[in-house]
Design a protein around this ligand. Structure first.
Ligand code: ST9
Ligand code: FAD
Length: 660
């Protein structure tokens, strides 16, 4: 029985067409759908018991799933795209993520043609397993502060990899702890006693015969992480080198080369390319944010339609909690954010592919913008998603706290995204630097791309909002101009404050909090703009574009309401205009309400992928929750192990003293 069928009948758009809009194209939808079903129907990929497994059992289970996934990739001759979808739906972090997601891209981006020819075939056939060993016990954010050394020995034509201090121990790399045979290790290049910056080196860590660590290498797992199951399926590791020698040609040499004689040769490739793998991964993390948030929102929306509380005076049905305005004001902006992040990630992927092509042709002019966009959007979307998943847990009341709701594990697995691949504050400060530089160059350099609006800074500083009515806010021009003016005014004001400092670095440190706010406002502008640009495209299907339009306004006006202090303080909006935006937001929530279930159905998630009793497609929540309780190992027997030893004596003592 479908307990949500009445809800599904309320929607006024074509859900199948929306599924295609969400996926990006019919081909992408079919591909994703095929992989989702393949995983859901395969018992090896069962995941309900995962949070109850001990660490060793858990990791072994992950290895079994990874091996099975690899066998499917080979046997079914899956394409790279299909393999990515398969990985998504298997839904379990594993050492293979870092192998495919960072080790291989690092070699592709920073290796010479010769190096790529040697290492990539081995890696792509998984004849070696690699990880990305950058972070150390003492430094993660400050990459230039890494302490591991790679000292060139001209006599033997080798680098000596060494960990000179405790804090130089590599710490955190996924896949390093127990599985990797190789790593791209980031270390200080020392030639002729001189430091020449941090570079990547391919280092073999374990024997390809018996997997034991090679001489001079100490390697292991760093221990349990937050939550049950969750990211504990990953062997994040610690690694130390004791004067380990590697051949010279294992330094990744696309950016700088070291000759046999110990000469450093700089190519015309900018140094920043050493950070290139991070640009790639940050871009994929934005896409992952929309997936994680949409998943949490799907659970919370379906459950909010099933759950009833209060409101019945005559014995009739109580109110569905989704009908409370407060519930809508917390849930619908998250639903809109999931769609907004999906579309901005689509745009970011195209920006990245363009930059990648240019980099391959040694054209580097767009790298700074790509860095600012990937860093900023990674930071913005992961922060909102982590907070959003927790909000979804609260939207599900007490039952949201049960592991069977799927939300605790989703939260635990997701939150490190705010830290890995760059701490979110550190990344926003990178965006701020880029914006300050853009403002300082306005006189002689025309800003392009996502900062093009800065070119109209004079008019953005003068013109105020013309909105007079709540309906006036349903105008893309009015909304985008509001976000542009806020971002431009905040950036200019910050640049003026910075100019008061004699030492710019001192000013940057002192004004860091304001600078982060400027960066956030710029990134929100990007997301809002890209959502409106998406709506300019041909989006087929009855009512699909109209529903997306409503979500786009919800996203933008929710942000405007949340940050109205900025809009008011910059003088672009009057308090009346801000309250008109809020009134419009309430109207928009009423428009979302009948479509809410259909909008989450459009994600096309299987019950397996959602992994949530509260988010079941059929809404059959209560019987399934009740059933699941009895499957808990504690309910295997009526009297629990330990009772006779530890509890009964206390009870008996009470009986004894009661008699007294
Ligand atoms: C087939 C199967 C498929 C399977 C698929 C599986 C998919 C799985 C996906 C992968 C899963 C991933 C799981 C996550 C794992 C986490 C891994 C990590 O955390 S790894 C560890 C991650 N660790 C971190 O993220 C560390 C974070 N820290 C950093 O990135 C840096 O230290 C820093 C940026 C903060 C400072 O840098 P620093 O050099 O000290 O100082 P400055 O600030 O002065 O910058 C100098 C100049 O460089 C510029 N620039 C900077 N960055 C970039 C860039 N990326 N680019 C370009 N440019 C960049 C900057 O703009 C400036 O330019 P200019 O003004 O001179 O023109
Ligand atoms: C689950 C997980 C997986 C990971 N996987 C890998 C991996 O595969 N490979 C790898 O190399 N690394 C990996 N990492 C490490 C990760 O990339 C780093 O933890 C991350 O870059 C943050 O660096 P940090 O730990 O040094 O934080 P810190 O920089 O020490 O951050 C601590 C606090 O200081 C603040 N802070 C730091 N610098 C500044 C500044 N300049 N201005 C203002 N505030 C600042 C931060 O905002 C934060 O609040 C992983 C981490 C996690 C949690």
């Amino acid at each position: 029985m479908d307990y949500l069928s009445d809800e599904r009948k309320k929607s006024d758009f074509d859900v199948e067409a929306m599924k295609v809009a969400w996926a990006g194209s019919i081909q992408e939808f079919q591909l994703s759908d095929r992989m989702a079903k393949l995983v859901a129907n395969d018992p090896v990929f069962e995941k309900f018991t995962r949070p109850m497994l001990g660490r060793k059992e858990l990791l072994k289970n992950t290895l079994r799933k990874s091996a099975h996934a690899w066998k499917l990739i080979i046997d079914l001759r899956l394409s790279e795209e299909e393999a990515k979808w398969l990985r998504l739906y298997v839904d379990e972090p594993a050492y293979t993520d870092l192998h495919w997601g960072m080790f291989i891209p690092a070699i592709e981006g920073q290796g010479t043609e010769e190096q790529k020819k040697k290492w990539l075939p081995l890696a792509k056939k998984m004849q070696i397993i690699g990880c990305y060993a950058q972070t150390e016990l003492g430094h993660g954010s400050n990459v230039q502060g890494l302490e591991t050394t790679a000292t060139f020995d001209t006599r033997t034509d080798e680098f000596i990899m060494h960990s000179p201090t405790l804090t130089s121990s590599k710490w955190w790399p996924g896949g390093l702890g127990k599985l990797s045979t190789h790593a791209v290790v980031y270390a200080r290049l020392i030639v002729g006693g001189q430091f020449h910056g941090v570079h990547g080196f391919i280092v073999q860590l374990r024997s390809l015969e018996d997997h034991s660590p090679l001489p001079g290498i100490t390697v292991g797992d760093i221990g349990l992480k937050f939550g049950n199951g969750a990211y504990n399926t990953m062997d994040n590791g610690v690694l130390r080198f004791d004067h380990v020698r590697i051949p010279r040609n294992q330094m990744l040499m696309r950016v700088s080369q070291v000759t046999k004689e110990g000469k450093i040769m700089q190519s015309d490739v900018p140094r920043q390319l050493i950070y290139g793998t991070m640009v790639y991964v940050r871009q994929t993390i934005v896409a992952d944010a929309s997936k994680a948030l949409s998943r949490a929102v799907c659970i919370a929306t379906r459950y909010s339609a099933v759950r009833r509380q209060f409101g019945s005076r005559d014995g009739g049905p109580e109110t569905q909690v989704i009908d409370y305005k407060t519930q809508q004001s917390r849930l619908f902006p998250l639903l809109a954010s999931a769609y907004a992040f999906r579309f901005v990630s689509e745009w970011l992927k195209s920006l990245y592919l363009d930059v990648k092509q240019r980099l391959e042709a040694n054209e580097f002019s767009t790298l700074p913008e790509a860095h600012a966009c990937t860093a900023g959007l990674k930071s913005l979307t992961t922060t909102a998603t982590a907070d959003g998943i927790e909000e979804c847990r609260k939207l599900c009341g007490g039952h949201g706290y049960l592991v069977s709701s799927g939300l605790p594990e989703l939260f635990a697995v997701y939150i490190p995204a705010c830290t890995y691949e760059g701490d979110n504050v550190v990344l926003m400060l990178q965006v701020a630097r880029f914006l300050v530089k853009t403002v300082s160059e306005l006189g002689h350099k025309k800003p392009v791309g996502t900062t093009a609006y800065m070119g109209r800074v004079a008019s953005l500083m003068q013109k105020n909002s013309a909105v007079q009515t709540a309906e006036g806010w349903l105008n893309p021009g009015a909304v985008v101009e509001a976000f542009e003016s806020r971002a431009a005014r905040m950036a200019v004001r910050c640049a003026q404050e910075l100019a008061k400092f004699g030492n710019p670095e001192e000013g940057f440190a002192e004004l860091a909090v304001d600078l982060v706010e400027v960066a956030v406002s710029h990134c929100q502008l990007i997301v809002v703009t890209k959502f409106f640009e998406k709506l300019q495209q041909d989006i087929p299907g009855k009512g699909v574009k109209e529903s997306l339009e409503v979500l786009c306004y919800v996203y933008a006006l929710f942000l405007l309401h949340k940050h109205q202090g900025d809009f008011l303080a910059t003088g672009y909006l009057t308090p009346k205009q801000a309250s008109l935006a809020n009134a419009q937001l309430r109207t928009l929530y009423s428009k979302v309400r009948p479509n809410a279930i259909a909008l989450v159905d459009s994600f096309s998630y299987t019950d397996h992928y959602l992994g949530s009793i509260l988010g079941r497609y059929d809404g059959n929540v209560y019987p399934k929750l009740y059933e699941a309780a009895w499957e808990d190992p504690l309910n295997d027997s009526d009297v629990i192990d330990g009772f006779h030893q530890y509890v009964q004596p206390i009870l008996k003592q009470r009986l004894h003293s009661a008699k007294l």
